[in-house]
Design a protein around this ligand. Structure first.
Ligand code: PGA
Length: 253
């Protein structure tokens, strides 16, 4: 059975106090609502990880992740943060290959293989992002484009390693734009990616991999998107900065 996951990506938002407030609100609502069928992950900026971990404590099904990690394990890499450090802070997940990192920080499919390797070696679950820009969608080559992202970054891993990776499909034209993909567009891509994974790793494994949708997901569209058979949850940006919205999205399952 594949897991249902809703992960919040705070991006570079919120100061220390605001981060504490948001985390506390989410923890309290999460406990009140008794949300046990869905795994929720909050992915704040690095500086929030430790205080957030304290606030989350052992709240069932609520986990901590980061938005990035280094492709190196340790050493003279000023400003970098390793997967091992993140794990030692209690992080369980790490978002890798977000389109903003690919675009603004020039992360390549090859670099993302090294980051994924670091995450796996340190028992972090990678939330591996993929997705096409608008011009590729309009040219109709979006499935090939996204499949190639997976092939180049992930197809060198063993089946056992692949089974520990979560995929997040995020069409770039839907991120932060208010223009979400339709549930049918999401389903079509997720099914194509699952078939692609099945071709390499076998259908049992592909059926067990969680594939999340991201891009302008909010409390009013999440239910429809999550109702699709190959959509196993969401990667939520803007709406994850409001505790009520984030929890409503989790409840959309
Ligand atoms: P959004 O961001 O929900 O604000 O569109 C999603 C993401 O970038 O992960």
């Amino acid at each position: 059975m594949r897991k249902k996951i809703v992960a919040g990506n705070w991006k570079m938002n919120l100061n220390f106090e605001e981060g504490q407030k948001l985390t506390s609100e989410i923890v309290n609502m999460f406990k009140d609502e008794n949300l046990k069928d869905v795994i929720a992950v909050i992915n704040p900026p690095f500086v929030h990880l430790y205080p957030a971990k304290k606030l989350i404590g052992d709240t069932p099904n609520l986990f901590l992740g980061s938005q990035n990690c280094s492709d190196k394990s340790s050493g003279a890499y000023t400003g970098e943060i390793s997967a091992g450090m993140l794990a030692s802070f209690g992080a369980k997940y790490v978002i890798l290959g977000h389109s903003e990192r690919r675009e603004f920080f020039k992360e390549t499919n090859e670099l993302l293989t090294a980051k994924t390797r670091q995450a796996l070696d340190n028992d972090l679950t990678p939330i591996f992002c993929c997705g096409e820009p608008l011009e590729i969608r309009e040219a109709g080559t979006h499935e090939e484009y996204v499949k190639q992202q997976l092939t180049e970054s992930l197809f060198g891993f063993s089946a056992e390693e692949m089974s520990k990776i979560v995929i997040a499909y995020e069409p770039i034209w839907a991120i932060g734009t208010g223009r979400t993909a339709s549930s049918d567009q999401a389903q079509q891509m997720h099914a194509a990616l699952r078939a692609h994974l099945a071709g390499k790793f076998g259908s049992d494994l592909a059926n067990d991999i969680s594939i999340l949708y991201g891009g302008s997901c909010n409390p009013s569209n999440a239910k429809e998107i999550f109702s699709k058979p190959d959509v196993d949850g969401g990667l939520i940006g803007g709406a994850s900065l409001k505790s009520r919205d984030f929890v409503e999205i989790i409840k959309s399952f």
